[in-house]
Structures are given as C-alpha cells and as structure tokens.
Design a protein around this ligand. Structure first.
Ligand code: SF4
Length: 683
C-alpha cells in the first residue's frame, strides 16, 4: 500500500489552517491536521476535516464544454481556445470583464489579471473581496495606509479585552474562534456586539445586541464617552495621528442617549463597554462581514480604526484592528491586483507613473489609467447590454451575488460567457464555454491568509481528465491571441512567484526556501533579510507621512428600511458546515449536517405572524420571493430575520438588494434589506 502525507493549506476560509492530505494509491482519502502549524496547531474545523470529499467526485469537470442549441457538448482544448480567442478579440476591451478566483493560488490569480490587462486590454477585473472585505481594503487603507489586518491571530492571546463586532468567529472562522476562546481563558474580557445571539456571542463575557446597520452610531457613542471621560490616549493622538479635532466635533453629537434611540443599546451599556475598552491596557477589535456588508461598509471599517487610534490600541501585541477575511486566498487576490483600481501590490491603476513602471516590468505597451468596473458594475453593465463578454474563474455569482434575478438577467444578456471551474456550478449553466480547472489539491502555489501569511500549497494528486491549472489556461490563450510568448511562458507556479516578487513590493523578500517553514512569512517582507511583519504600524502608519488619519463619520443606516409592506429587516449569514455552496454542498458529510436553508424569526414576531417552528413560510422582498422553513428562536432581535446564504433552493440572494451599494467600495448591502414573511397560502 502506498500512503503519503502532503502538507498543504485548507481551501475554505481565510484563517489558513495547515493540513496534511492523506494520499493512498494516488487518491486523497483523508485529512490529518498539521500539528506544527502555527495557525491551527493540530486542529481543524468540520469544513477542513472533510474538504477532501470533493476532490475525486464523479461530477468534476474533466473536458472543455461548448454550448450548442442550449446543450453542452464535449470539445477539445484547441476548439475551446479558438472560440474564446475569437470572441475576446472581437469586442472593445471595455465590453469585456473578468471575475478572478479568490480560492485559487496567488500564481493563478496573478496570471489571470496579467492576461486581462495585457492581452485583452481591460481593467474590468475584480473578485469576491468586492462582496466581502472590499470595505476593509478601502477603509483601512484610508485610515492606516494599508488595507489589511494589523496584527496576527496569535496576538489575540495577549489581549486584555477583545471587542468583536459583526463577527461570528466560532462558525465562520472556527480556528480563530479557538484563539479567541484561549484568550478568554487567559483572562481577556470578551465583548460581542451582534444583532444575533450567535454561538460566538454565547461565549461572551458581555453580549451587546444591536440593530443591524447602526455600527457607526454605536462606535461614535463609545468614542463620545471615551473623550468625555478623558480616557483617550493623548500621547498617541498627538504623536501618531491627524484629524482628531474633526473627529471630536462629530462624535460630540453622539451621546449614549442619542445612540440608544438608533442602536437599541441602552445608554448605560454603551457607557460601560466604552469605558472597559478604553481602560484595557491591550484591547483588540475583531470584525467580519457584519461590519463590511453594508451600504456604508467603509464607514463601519473606518470607525473601528478611529476607536483603536483614539485609545492607542495599535502597533502592540494584543491590540489592533483585525478583519477576519473570507475566502482562503481573498487576501492574496487583493495583493495580486485582481482589482479594477490596483495592480499587484496595491499600486494604483490611475497613477500614470505606476502604469509606466508596471508595463516596463512586464515588457508590454501602455494601459489605460482609467480604473475598470467593479463586480456589481459589471453585472449592471451586462444587464444593460454595455458589457458583452464575461470570463468568470471559480466564482458562482448566481449563488453569491445579491438579487439573483438581476444576476441571471445580466448573464442571459451577455454575447459570450466563459466559466472556468472545477464543477458545473449554477453560474456555469449560463455559460457558452466551460473550462475544467485543477483544484487546490492538484497544484503547487501559495495562498495568503487573513493575517497576511503567505503559505505554500503542495500538489497531492493529478487533476482529473484534461483539467488544467488556471495559469496554464491563461498562458495558452495568451499565445493563441498573439501575445509575446515570453510574457506568458512559465515552467511552474514557483516560476510565476519569482515574477510576482518583482512587481509586488510586499512579497519581494519571499522565496521558496523561506516559505517552506511552517510559519512561512507575513507581508510586508521587502527583502530576503527581512523577517516579515506579523504586526503592522508599530512605530508609524503606512501613509507617506507615517500618521494615522481619524475619519469623522455620521450614521447613515441601511438604505432599505422596513415599512408597512415589508416590515422586517433581513440579514444574511454563513454556517459552520458550509462555505458558499459549490464545494461544501458536494462534500456529503457537510451537506448531511445542514442539508437546506431556513429563516430565523424572533419568537414574538413568529407569534404575531402565527408562525410555528419548522413551518414552511414565504419570504418576499422587492426583488423576489422564496419558500423556506421557519426557525423560531429568541436568538435574534425582534424585527430582524436571518437566512444563511448557501442554498440555491431557498436562496437569500433572491431577496437581497443589489441597488443598495456602498459608494466608497462598491459593496452591496447583504446585511440589510426589507422583507415580509407570510404563512404559505397567504397572499
Ligand atoms: Fe479551514 Fe477555516 Fe476551518 Fe481552518 S477554520 S479548517 S481554514 S475552514
């Protein structure tokens, strides 16, 4: 019997746990946690434990498929390439868009965006960070000069107090949740603010239920208290920040009494948590999509930065502003320039000097300095007929983007649509060409986790059938379309990484030998003798003048609020056993745990509506309606309902609002839209 253990990284969330794939006779038959791995220390959550179940499924895509007369037929790679090349060459580059894959290794994403920019000539390049942590990238970059987590996961264990807002870590980022629990056992005071009494909230020392979408008011009131009590860190403010007086003026209006009316949090509770946060020597903020997925997501993010700077809780162990990133490599996808506004390393598309530098490095001619379209803008443009061709790699917008009917209308309206994936997803059904890709267990490369740790993934088995690496496909297409072969010829993923280092300053000091160690390296790592940066902003912020910027912010609230016709506010969430849909719903152990969706309704609302637990109900919004089982619970505030987003047959995103968009980041408001719930058979 031939058994080997291949160390690699989990393909699901941004925690980035290490694991060994157990390979027997060239098949992955199990997973063993990586005991020496610094993130998960020999533990995995259910998603990680059963991630191998999808690798050898019979429904993996194994050959290119071309749609003819509404049916897919198998095709050769040459035939598929010829068709795609002819279509990509036939349209104005501004009519073509790319969704990159944040599940894929950095090397694939890097070549994807390079292909889109050099060969197709478009800046319409984006990925799913737009729909999860786009506001983090924009908000923390505005406040601190860098749009990433400030500390490492290990740093939580040094905290005296942890303020978690809009993060259900024990379900969505379980191995970070474990670190938070360890911090609590070591004595950290754990405050959780969330509209739902989540499994994480149930572990809190103090739980603060508050009305969805009122984060700015809550944190303004906390800062109001901190300043009125004289608990602000005057030395830090003076030496490390600017714009304090402007902040002070705005927060002075937000007394706890005023914020109570907006947030539903009693004034004395706001006062209490503000004082506790400010008095802690080392206080860490943890947040996730409850902060970002709003039409004012960037404001929410900048509020967390304001709160941390006001109290000097930055640049030390146990402090910081710590967004918990979503997909396994969504941090890397941002770093690699899968963004319409940024080249690799967050160098701005709009800056002519940057463009000259990048084109010089790549050896190509000039690009447009006009930023491209973001994902929601590409969907809107497709629906209007302005975007004609879309190339989606490893994304499933029919499930994951807001307002499913609008997404379907947009995809149906395209002249030509390519999907590159490992399964025939709900989105791939709409495609003209579907290309089979290798999954994470079948390739080498790097993933960058949410704490900026760049980690190697290693090949355990061959890809099925004719499936290829994403980077191979883009290189083949580039050559087919007449690009200079030198720009798109690589021997391996490592070969690509060597190029990534030359155009991504944060990765410049990383090489294979250094990344082989389990602890790998955190960026920024500017040179080969640099140890990497587990904690940012220690002595200065990443802005050119080294100062952090206070951002005075006013409460905006959700764009769509309940009314007589739609009297409830819907929020959407994720579950412990699922990650989006395409992969975990095909992992039979995970799917068996939670086989379908449900709507959580507060007990009192259920009584008023005459609804009992497990009864099938109809949920309607201005976009559409679904039928779904009711879960009656006291664990959600009255007036708010919640639907997990993973389930096509009762999809929350049929209801969500694609028109409520954060103007600063393009984030749609997944966390708040108005709905009505009725018993079945009632109009
Ligand atoms: Fe995978 Fe995230 Fe679970 Fe770790 S916490 S095993 S990275 S899904």
């Amino acid at each position: 019997m031939n058994i080997k253990y291949v160390p690699t990284i989990c393909p699901y969330c941004g925690v980035g746990c290490g694991m060994n794939l157990v390979v027997k006779d060239e098949k992955v038959v199990g997973v063993e946690p990586w005991k020496r791995h610094p993130v998960n220390e020999g533990k995995l959550c259910p998603k990680g434990n059963f991630c191998y179940e999808i690798i050898h499924r019979e429904d993996r895509l194994t050959t290119p498929l071309i749609k003819e007369n509404g049916e897919f037929r198998e095709a050769s790679w040459e035939e598929a390439y010829d068709l795609i090349a002819s279509k990509l060459g036939a349209y104005d580059p501004k009519e073509i868009g790319f969704f990159c894959c944040a599940r894929s290794p950095n090397e694939n994403i890097y070549v994807n965006q390079k292909f889109a920019r050099i060969v197709v000539g478009t800046q319409n390049i984006d990925h799913c960070a737009r729909l999860c942590h786009g506001p983090t990238v924009a908000g923390l970059a505005a406040s601190f000069g860098s749009g990433a987590m400030t500390n490492s996961y290990a740093s939580f264990e040094d905290a005296d107090l942890i303020f978690s807002i809009g993060a259900n870590s024990l379900e969505a980022h379980p191995l970070v949740g474990r670190k938070l629990m360890r911090a609590k056992m070591k004595g950290a005071y754990f405050i959780v603010a969330d509209p739902r009494y989540t499994p994480t909230a149930k572990q809190a020392d103090q739980y603060i239920p508050f009305k969805t979408g009122t984060d700015v008011a809550l944190m303004n009131a906390m800062m109001n208290v901190i300043i009125s009590e004289g608990l602000e860190d005057k030395k830090f403010i003076e030496e490390r920040t600017k714009n304090y007086e402007e902040l002070k003026e705005v927060v002075s209006k937000y007394t706890p009494e005023m914020a109570e009316k907006i947030t539903q949090v009693p004034a004395e509770i706001i006062r209490d948590i503000a004082i506790k946060y400010a008095k802690a020597d080392k206080a860490a903020i943890v947040y996730s999509l409850g902060i970002t997925e709003h039409s004012h997501g960037v404001d929410n993010v900048m509020q967390t930065a304001n709160l941390a700077m006001l109290t000097g809780n930055i640049g030390r162990l146990g402090t910081g502003v710590n967004p918990l990133r979503g997909q396994n490599n969504v941090q890397g996808a941002c770093d690699m320039g899968a963004l319409p506004t940024d080249y690799p390393g967050y160098r701005k598309v709009a800056d002519n000097e940057v463009m000259k530098d990048i084109t010089c490095s790549w050896g190509c001619s000039d690009f447009s300095c006009e930023p491209g379209l973001k994902i929601p803008e590409m969907i809107d443009a497709a629906a209007k007929g302005d975007l004609k061709v879309l190339y989606v790699t490893g994304e499933d917008p029919v499930i994951s983007d807001p307002d499913t009917h609008h997404v379907e209308e947009a995809l149906n309206n395209l002249d030509f649509f390519v999907v590159q994936d490992i399964f025939m997803t709900d989105t791939a059904q709409f495609a003209d060409v579907v290309l089979p890709a290798a999954c994470w267990a079948e390739q080498e490369g790097t993933f960058t986790n949410g704490e900026r740790r760049v980690q190697l993934i290693r090949k355990a088995v061959d890809a099925p059938g004719e499936a290829k690496y994403d980077w191979e496909i883009f290189c083949d297409l580039a050559k087919k379309m007449g690009a200079d072969p030198e720009m798109f010829t690589y021997e391996s993923a490592q070969d690509i990484f060597e190029e990534v280092r030359t155009v991504t300053p944060q990765y410049a000091g990383m090489n294979r030998e250094r990344l082989e160690r389990p602890e790998a390296l955190h960026w920024p790592c500017p040179s080969e003798d640099h140890p990497g940066t587990a904690m940012m902003h220690v002595e200065k912020f990443a802005h050119p003048d080294g100062l952090g910027i206070f951002m005075p912010l006013e409460e905006q609230g959700p764009q769509e609020t309940p009314d007589e016709e739609y009297p409830l506010l819907l929020t959407t969430t994720r579950l412990l056993f699922h990650y989006h849909a395409a992969m975990t719903r095909r992992a039979h152990t995970l799917d068996r745990e939670v086989p379908t969706g449900y709507v959580e309704i507060n007990n009192e609302d259920a009584v008023e509506l005459g609804i009992v637990n497990n009864e099938k109900v109809k949920v309607r919004s201005r976009r559409g309606e679904i039928e779904i089982n009711a879960r009656v619970t006291p664990d959600i505030l009255k007036g708010i309902v919640n639907i997990p987003m993973h389930f096509r047959e009762c999809s929350a995103n049929i209801l969500t609002n694609a028109s409520a968009i954060d103007p600063k980041s393009g984030m749609p408001e997944y966390k708040a839209c108005a709905v009505a719930i009725t018993k079945m058979g009632v109009a």
